[in-house]
Design a protein around this ligand. Sequence first.
Ligand code: SAH
Length: 348
Amino acid sequence: MDIKTVIDKLKSARDVSDAELEALLTSEDEDAAAYLAACAREVREKIYGKAVYIRGLIEFTNYCKNSCYYCGINCKNTNAQRYRLSDEEILGCVKEGYELGFRTFVLQGGEDPFYTDDKIVSLVREIKSVHPDCAVTLSIGERSEISYRAFFEAGADRYLLRHETASPEHYAKLHPAEMSWENRMNCLKILRKIGFQVGCGMMVGSPFQTTENLIADLRFISEFQPDMCGIGPFIPHKDTIFKNEPPGGLRLTLKLLSIIRLLVPDVLLPATTALGTIDLEGREKGLRHGANVVMPNLSPVSVRDKYAIYDGKICTGSESAKCIKCLSNRVASAGYEIVVDRGDRKRI
Ligand code: SAH
């Protein structure tokens, strides 16, 4: 099978067979990989030009009631030093971020019942009333339709909920029995129905993941047509049962970024912190493979290293202003440019 023909088909018709996707995912042909990246860049630049959107990530709690096997802040990890940010601290991060040019704030956390619907609603309202020109994204896991509706009505614009894996069997190997793949997938549908801009996504190279699983992920992404898609390599955390598992690979992650760009041309696709963690220039490489978003950390430096979902996470030491400076240089070195913008999806 000629891989370049598969890539052309993917680009022009977004329609390839499982066998073709498998060939593309497992191919070690460097020329084909470079061609795939060039096609992804071309599509991305046609829609988004050279702009890179920034999202200010505020990791406001590392308490979590779940025990996802891969995650360092799962509730079973007694070594995790737990923290919660107060409303004032969160609003302080938003203020600082606004001054630095952020127009989107992502509130992410473990599934922490301390933050009741009312608390989230009042936080979202407050941010939106101070900064009506900004988008608020929530990434706080699975909740009920009633809760999601309340968040939306309070003004939240977007919701990130990675599907983690499109295979229920694979899901069951990454999560305890009380967690449900069906529920997670259903949450994504509800979020879409309510009117959120929705993000899904998965880890690359998570334990037990097969090429077949990745093909199922790509099929799901292609069918769901998310507004955003967060993918990054799995990275082991020392206090989890997956501590000795190998991390996901750089090349495969980059390839998947490019494929997703071709499958959903106008998707908002971050070059993730995890990608920057497995490779010093991972985020730059991500941008050169079709990514168009970066999500620098705006959390107070005092808590940054505590939101340790995996080992070795980068950018836990510097102040936000320093981080954004460093990132601007990195983005420029990749040939792109950070813009001050809400960074909504440009529908084609
Ligand atoms: N509680 C929220 C936020 C989870 S953290 C939720 O359930 O959506 C955000 C993402 O980090 C997760 O969805 C997962 O895909 C990723 N993640 C967790 N542990 C990881 C690890 N060890 N390596 C790489 N990514 C990880």
